[in-house]
Each structure stands twice: as structure tokens, then as C-alpha cells.
Design a protein around this ligand. Structure first.
Ligand code: ATP
Length: 354
């Protein structure tokens, strides 16, 4: 088991980084009136860890016994029938899914699938009607229509079902949904908190860590706990005993993006653009989120770019990022950004060197 899973705190009492949030969640559960919740915060900050611990607090160890289900749905949408297949994680008390996986058909998932699950109200051991919890990931990626449907579902089935929504940015969740939830902001952990987690892991693994080593990992982690723990484990695999100046390896996909940036800087032509498209596809099929690819690509290009062009390139990156959010196929927009970059850069080179 990877350390990120092995050392993920399993209960609210053991959560070390967001202790205050954990204690507040505990109070919420003990008061028996848990509202809908919206967890938001950057990637790797610990949202899912808190949600899993909360479910355990609500339903005990059985919340951890989940099975992966691949379910096919037939939804009657007036004149036609829509067939959708969705992967979900389910225990007897909760179901977790990512409705935005259904792409532009996400509103059908929200309208039908969630409605159906919310209707199947569980009965607890004392014969009282309980509630089912639906954990919805990446709600900020849902279309506006899907978010409106979500609002209606929340109101209609609030007695039988509680929603736990999880996302990176709450500003992309409509006000109507946000205002119906208790908002829980999960901030990125500080370097000191990351260092504490790494020290805890090294203690449990009985590792000898040279001074300053965990500090360096924390500094390179971009305040992401997941990244820090993964980097720590990679170092352990690459070389142990650790040495004072042992390099902290960057993520593979980051090296790959850095290679793409070098390719773009070396040649600006349709042929190169075609090659770059293939590489971006490679990243997308390996589940690297398109916004992260664009962000990283921009930062790599900026490192190599003349300061005169930086402002313009940032403007275009923001432009295509916005378009990417409105559209469906991320590859089009990333490729359009690369093409735009190539044209601006080539023009600049011709104007400067002739
Ligand atoms: N309180 C904590 N104490 C120790 N380690 C933690 C804590 N919270 C999270 N972690 C570690 O950080 C990793 C990432 O956390 P988690 O999956 O909860 O992040 P997330 O915010 O849901 O990320 P994403 O948005 O990318 O899914 C976990 O696998 C776990 O190892």
C-alpha cells in the first residue's frame, strides 16, 4: 500500500492537519442534525480524508466497506432514452460518484440517478428511517443545468438524503447550491504541518532522516500533502539511507510537460504542433486534469520566455482556460493555446532576429 493511503487518518480524532474542522464535524454528527455539506479547497489539502473520517464517525466501520460498482442507467428524457454508465463507490450507507464524468449529460445523472438513490431511504437497526449520504466529487465541474437540478434534488429529498459535495473551487458552484450547504473550507496545509506529517511517517517507518530533508520536500510540494507524501516515498525507494543533498524528484508528468515546453520553444510549425497534441493526449489519458496541464505548461514556458512576451502569453493562457471551462473537449483549447503561443513567439523571433 502506498504511504498516501497507509497513513491517511481514518477517524476524525486522528486527523492532525485540520484538527479544528475535524472537531467541528464531530460536534455536527453528535448533534444528529447534519446538514448538506460543501467541502472546498485545493487538491491534496485533505478534503477526501475529512469526508471519509466523517462517514466513519456517522456510520462506524461499515462506511469503510465500500465496493466499486459499474452501473448502467437508462434514462427517459422525453423523446429519447439516454444510456449512461457510471462508476461509483458504495457502502450500505453512502454512495460516492463523480457526476461530471457524464460530460454534457451530467444533468441527467443529477436529475435521475441521484433522485433514485435518494428515494431508497435506509432504515436503521431501531426501525427508524435514516438517511443516505451521497458524496459528489468535482461539483465545480458540473454544468449550470446540472447545478440547478442539484438544487432541486437537495430541497426535495432533504429528509431522506444528505449530500456531501466536494470541489476545488467554491466560486464555480452556484450561489443557490452553496447557500443550501454548510461550507467547509479546507485550506492547503502550511509547510510546518506538512513537515509534521512527514515526521510522523518517518517515525512509523523507523527511518533516519537527515536535518532539513523534510523541509525541502515540504517546500517543493506546493502545499499539497499528497504530493509531499508521494515525494517522500519516492525518495525512500530511490535511495535509502537518505543523504543530505539527495535530490527530490519531480513528478513524472511534470518532467513530461517540461519536455513539451522545450519542444514548443525549439520549433514552431504545424508538424511540431501535431507532435505536441499527441503528447498532451498522452497526459490527458493518464488522468492529469487539463487545467493543471495548461497551468504547468504556462509556468514552464514563462521560465524560458523573454520578459517582453510574458504578459501577452499569460493573457492568452487565461483566455483559453476560460474557454476550456465553457467547452467540452479540453484538448482543443490546450492545442489552441499552443498554436497561439507558437504564432506569437515566431513573430517575435522574426521581428528580433530577422
Ligand atoms: N489530516 C491529515 N493528516 C495526515 N495526512 C493527511 C491528512 N489529510 C490528508 N492527508 C494525506 O494527504 C493525501 C491527500 O489527501 P486527500 O485525498 O484528502 O486530498 P483532497 O483534498 O481530497 O485532494 P483532491 O482534491 O486532489 O482529491 C492523503 O492520501 C493523505 O495521505
Amino acid at each position: 500500500m502506498l504511504w498516501v493511503d497507509k497513513y491517511r487518518p481514518r477517524s476524525l480524532d486522528k486527523v492532525t492537519v485540520h484538527e479544528e474542522i475535524a472537531q467541528n464535524l464531530k460536534k455536527l454528527v453528535s448533534e444528529q442534525d447534519c446538514p448538506h455539506l460543501l467541502f472546498y479547497g485545493p487538491s491534496g489539502s485533505g478534503k477526501k480524508t475529512l469526508i471519509m473520517a466523517l462517514l466513519k464517525e456517522m456510520f462506524g466501520a461499515s462506511a469503510e466497506k465500500v465496493k466499486l460498482e459499474q452501473k448502467a442507467w437508462k434514462i427517459n428524457a422525453g423523446t429519447r432514452t439516454i444510456e449512461l454508465e457510471l462508476t461509483m463507490l458504495a457502502s450500505t450507507h453512502h454512495v460516492e460518484l463523480t457526476p461530471s464524468d457524464a460530460g454534457f449529460q451530467d444533468r441527467y445523472i443529477v436529475q435521475e440517478v441521484i433522485k433514485e438513490m435518494a428515494k431508497n431511504r435506509p432504515i436503521d437497526s431501531k426501525g427508524k428511517k435514516g438517511f443516505k449520504v451521497l458524496v459528489l466529487n468535482e461539483v465545480d465541474k458540473l454544468s449550470k443545468e446540472a447545478q440547478h437540478s442539484l438544487r432541486r434534488t437537495m430541497e426535495k429529498y432533504s429528509a431522506s438524503c444528505r449530500l456531501i459535495l466536494c470541489c476545488n473551487s467554491s466560486s464555480r458552484v452556484t450561489e443557490a447550491v452553496r447557500s443550501r450547504c454548510l461550507n467547509v473550507c479546507v485550506n492547503a496545509p502550511s509547510d510546518e504541518q506538512i513537515i509534521k506529517v512527514l515526521e510522523l511517517i518517518s517515525k512509523k517507518e523507523s527511518l533516519q532522516v537527515p536535518p532539513g530533508f523534510t523541509e525541502r520536500i515540504a517546500a517543493q510540494s506546493n502545499r499539497s500533502l499528497r504530493r509531499a507524501v508521494l515525494a517522500f516515498e519516492t525518495c525512500r525507494v530511490q535511495q535509502y539511507p537518505f543523504t543530505m543533498n539527495q535530490a527530490i524528484p519531480p513528478m513524472d508528468w511534470e518532467l513530461y510537460v517540461s519536455g513539451i515546453a522545450s519542444d514548443i520553444m525549439k520549433e514552431q510549425s504545424p508538424k511540431r504542433l501535431f507532435q505536441v497534441r499527441g503528447k498532451i493526449y498522452e497526459l490527458l489519458v493518464n488522468c492529469i486534469p487539463p487545467e493543471i496541464i495548461l497551468k504547468k505548461l504556462l509556468s514552464e514556458l514563462l521560465k524560458k520566455l523573454d520578459s517582453e512576451l510574458k504578459h501577452e502569453i499569460c493573457h492568452w493562457a487565461a483566455y483559453y482556460e476560460h474557454r476550456m471551462r465553457l467547452g467540452q473537449k479540453a484538448i482543443f483549447h490546450i492545442e489552441a493555446f499552443v498554436a497561439k503561443f507558437m504564432s506569437i513567439y515566431k513573430e517575435f523571433l522574426i521581428a528580433t532576429f530577422g
